[in-house]
Design a protein around this ligand. Structure first.
Ligand code: SF4
Length: 392
């Protein structure tokens, strides 16, 4: 009874608020998100409405931030400048108009609280979560993320959240021009929503070289802060600017970049543009048939992948996925299904991807799920790049 009511209220409120129009902002910087989905947003396609439960997940995250900052403010660390507006960086985009960051109202209700500051044309603007003054008087930029148990485990095991780091670096850059005192570092504070475990990333960003050293800290069983890994990131803001520039180009040309993920990837399952994205896919794959020649850079990447020996499985998998995408892009571009390169026969093969949508099952037969799930299983042909070593 109450479950239905709460979900409905949350869904209605979210729908009333609507989506903010796409423009380059720190929270959508970085290269992890699907660029095709960002272009759909830039082209003003109607995104699938978020359900009531998801609306509450977003709301929960805001409350987790409140709770964490409340705990911190009870310590010797001082929390201030919450939601401070920052002009982070110049970026020449037609979507970044001269403006004041003002409240956005819908039907008389404030759906976005502006900070009121002047934003010149071509300026990426955002709002930090807070600044924290340390006992020694130095300042830390604080960015809070409350995540699911699965995401938390992944991060704790060494999967660096590069989009979040990029977001922090953009704020950091804008802040260094705003503050008269030095920032110690940017802290990305990640909380597990299930069990309140936390990790801290200390991000030491160098504005001159556009690079950062990122340190991960966890809590030991004895309650002490212990290091959990260190990463060096390069060209952080440059990569963000390049990505926004690509999105602007696609939006201006009213075209779409290729799909970045498989249809059964979690990014596609949660994507709000999935109903547009895969409509023409079957027709597209039927049109590919030729043996093609891959570009020398692609061949170099294949050799690098196949010769590399890494102890870090996650990094290796990421590399493989990146090179697979590179090959997939080129094979699709050239209309081929097969290539011979670097001693491998590379095939673009088709798989059947199955997805069971329980919403399609009528309530009265949901109990007999085994039969019903077969009825509700949708089958999709998807493409994957495979390698087969050629005998010498
Ligand atoms: S459905 Fe997948 S590939 Fe398509 S836009 Fe969304 S995330 Fe990107």
């Amino acid at each position: 009874m109450l479950i239905e009511i709460i979900d409905k209220i949350a869904e209605d409120e979210l729908r009333e608020r609507g989506d903010l129009r796409y423009k380059p902002r720190p929270s959508n910087a970085g290269t992890e998100k699907c660029i095709r989905a960002q272009v759909y947003a830039g082209l003003d396609f109607d995104a699938k409405p978020l359900g009531g439960r998801f609306a509450q997940v977003l709301d929960d995250s805001s409350w987790h931030e409140e709770l964490s900052l409340d705990w911190i403010s009870k310590s010797v660390y001082k929390v201030h400048s919450r939601q401070l507006g920052i002009n982070c960086i110049k970026f020449n985009s037609p979507l970044l108009k001269e403006r004041f960051c003002e409240d956005i109202k819908k039907d008389g209700k404030i759906v976005f609280k502006g900070c009121g500051i002047y934003v010149p044309a071509g300026t990426v603007h955002g709002h930090i979560d807070a600044l924290i003054t340390c006992p020694d008087g130095s300042e830390i930029l604080f960015e809070h993320k409350a995540v699911s148990h699965g995401v938390f485990e992944r991060l704790g095991n060494g999967d660096l959240p590069t989009d979040y780091v990029t977001q922090c670096c953009l704020y950091y850059k804008g802040l260094t021009e705003l503050l008269d005192k030095n920032l110690k570092f940017a802290m990305l504070f990640v909380k597990n929503k299930n069990n309140a475990r936390k990790i801290e990333y200390h991000i030491y960003y160098n504005c001159d070289t556009d690079s950062a050293t990122v340190e991960l800290y966890k809590k030991s069983d004895e309650g002490k802060l212990i290091p959990g890994g260190t990463w060096d990131m390069k060209n952080i803001i440059q990569n963000a600017l390049f990505r926004w520039g690509e999105i602007d180009k696609y939006v201006a040309a009213k075209t779409l970049p290729r799909r970045r993920f498989d249809v059964d990837d979690w990014q596609c399952s949660y994507c709000r543009y999935g109903n547009y994205c895969w409509t023409e896919y079957q027709k597209e794959i039927k049109g590919r048939k030729d043996l093609i020649e891959l570009a020398p850079e692609t061949v170099t990447e294949i050799i690098r992948l196949k010769n590399s020996v890494s102890k870090n499985r996650i990094e290796l998998e990421k590399e493989e996925a990146k090179i697979q995408l590179l090959i997939l892009d080129e094979m699709v571009e050239k209309g081929g299904t097969k290539a011979i390169a670097a001693g491998y026969e590379i095939n673009l093969v088709q798989f059947e991807s199955r997805h069971c949508d329980k919403k399609l099952i009528p309530a009265e037969i949901l109990e007999k799920y085994n039969t019903a799930s077969e009825l509700a299983t949708t089958k999709t042909i998807v493409e994957k790049v495979t390698f087969k070593k050629i005998k010498e």
